[in-house]
Design a protein around this ligand. Structure first.
Ligand SMILES: N=c1c2ncn([C@@H]3O[C@H](COP(=O)(O)OP(=O)(O)OP(=O)(O)O)[C@@H](O)[C@H]3O)c2ncn1[C@@H]1O[C@H](COP(=O)(O)O)[C@@H](O)[C@H]1O
Length: 113
């Protein structure tokens, strides 16, 4: 049994990638990928909204479950867009140690603002 570590995201990405172009009657990922980018984006948006509803309601267990749905649908979106998980991990690594407050303060000022 694999460990419950973030490696599960890399494994999930590999499985969803392998489903592209396969039988849509046995794979939900294959079905979603076949339905196209707009549907994939719509499903991600729906899952994100369900997730935030549980967060606001303070439903901890449902928040965990909906978070897993969001991550699955985000990964389907990456597969469709040709984004590799490592590219996102690299972006997170690049940001590591930089406070969001400091990053925002360092942005060029909009002269029209
Ligand atoms: N993590 C998930 C996962 N999370 C959610 N879902 C499915 O996402 C679907 C969401 O259901 P909805 O009714 O909201 O969406 P829908 O069926 O597209 O319906 P409509 O919105 O079109 O009406 C359900 O069928 C869930 O089972 C997932 N399906 C698959 N996985 C993982 O992906 C792997 C590959 O799955 P398959 O591609 O199905 O083999 C699995 O082994 C799992 O590890």
């Amino acid at each position: 049994m694999p460990l419950a570590t973030p490696d599960v995201l890399d494994r999930l990405f590999a499985v969803v990638s392998s489903r592209r172009g396969t039988d849509t009657s046995i794979s939900h990922s294959a079905r979603l990928l076949a339905r196209g980018r707009r549907k994939i984006a719509q499903k991600f948006g729906e899952e994100a909204v369900e997730c935030l509803i549980e967060a606001v309601a303070g439903n901890r267990d449902e928040l965990i479950s909906e978070s897993a749905d969001v991550l699955y649908h985000l990964i389907v979106m990456w597969v469709d867009a040709g984004v590799e998980p490592g590219e996102v991990w690299s972006e997170l690594l690049r940001r590591e140690g930089t406070s969001g407050i400091a990053e925002k303060a360092a942005r060029p000022r909009d002269p029209l603002a």
